[in-house]
Design a protein around this ligand. Structure first.
Ligand code: GAR
Length: 190
């Protein structure tokens, strides 16, 4: 059912590369009465990203742009403008956007990362948290700037790493936190 205040809602574009569980949780939260945003557009840089199915099932406009980064960004900017997007959310989007894209988009771009930034920037965070015997890990929602995983932090959720935690167990626990954190972070900045 359409919500009454739909013209006041922020229009969100979600960029994905794979599974899309964070996209799914954002879609679910956007349907709640209290939500201040609506997912208007999903862009995947991978044709076979499973997450595209969440967009299709929910009748959200979705596009595959499987191109080199510069061409990807050019096409993505056109869509951002066409759909009058207010905020871009990266959700398991595994490419590093160029400073040119960030500047030209002229809207906030936010990302979710599976660690307590500034700790463990980059990939394989859970492996490194366990190997490094960290006491805690978690997830961070942050603004995207020109430096990888370095923009201003909006919100973090923290969890204690147990001796019994394997990479698989820890990643499942943190993914659950991510699903709460992303919509909370959006509510905080809208
Ligand atoms: C999530 O854990 C997200 O934090 C991570 O990829 C996973 C995507 O899962 N993102 C990064 O590592 C970005 N550097 P999802 O496709 O099920 O949302």
């Amino acid at each position: 059912m359409e919500k009454l205040n739909s013209n006041l809602e922020k229009k969100i574009a979600v960029f994905i590369s794979g599974r899309g569980s964070n996209l799914n949780s954002l879609i679910k939260h956007s349907k709640l009465k209290k939500s201040k945003y609506r997912i208007k557009l999903v862009i995947s840089n991978k044709a076979h990203a499973k997450g595209l199915n969440y967009a299709r099932r929910n009748k959200i406009k979705n596009y595959i742009i499987e191109k080199k980064l510069i061409s990807f960004e050019k096409d993505a900017l056109k869509l951002i403008s066409k759909f009058k997007i207010d905020i871009i959310c990266l959700a398991g989007f595994m490419r590093i956007l160029t400073p040119n894209f960030i500047k030209k988009a002229k809207i906030p771009i936010i990302n979710i990362h599976p660690s307590l930034l500034p700790k463990l920037k980059g990939l394989n965070t859970h492996e490194r948290a366990i190997a490094g015997k960290h006491d805690y890990s978690g997830c961070t929602v942050h603004y995207v700037n020109e430096k990888l995983d370095s923009g201003k932090i909006i919100l973090q959720k923290k969890i204690k790493i147990l001796k019994s935690d394997t990479v698989e167990i820890l990643s499942k626990k943190i993914l659950k936190l991510e699903h709460k954190a992303y919509s909370e972070a959006l509510s905080k900045i809208i």
